[in-house]
Design a protein around this ligand. Structure first.
Ligand SMILES: [Zn+2]
Length: 125
């Protein structure tokens, strides 16, 4: 007597896997994706215009990879993200800055308008 108990007919788990991956991801991801896009657009715009660092008024090295050297481009925000997280993804608040300047600024309020200020203030920090 052959007991062929093939249980291949009980394939109940197929067809339900595609439900995963849609709901457990935070909704922020969508915004982040757009944020990356906006950042890239902003960078190319700054590069085209040769925009200077909004913190010290000096030219930015757009040839350097972002955030790698002191003179490389770094996306700064008009209002510190730590104080205004809701504005982080708002392109209207994007500002071109040096990596070093942005680092030194940390989360301070916007500096006084560029004019009398030179790069001098950086060394005092
Ligand atoms: Zn700068």
């Amino acid at each position: 007597m052959m007991t062929t108990t093939h249980s291949t007919s009980r394939r109940s788990d197929s067809g339900t896997k595609h439900l995963q991956g849609g709901d457990h991801m935070p909704r922020v991801r969508k915004t982040t994706r757009q944020f990356e896009k906006d950042k890239a657009t902003f960078f190319s715009q700054c590069k085209t215009r040769h925009a200077v660092c909004w913190l010290c008024g000096m030219p930015i090295d757009y040839e350097a990879t972002k955030n790698t050297t002191d003179d490389s481009f770094n996306l700064d925000h008009l209002y510190p993200v730590s104080k205004h997280p809701e504005l982080q993804f708002d392109p209207a608040g994007f500002k071109p800055s040096h990596t070093s300047c942005n680092r030194l600024r940390s989360n301070q309020d916007p500096p006084t308008p560029i004019g009398t200020l030179s790069r001098q203030w950086i060394t005092t920090a």
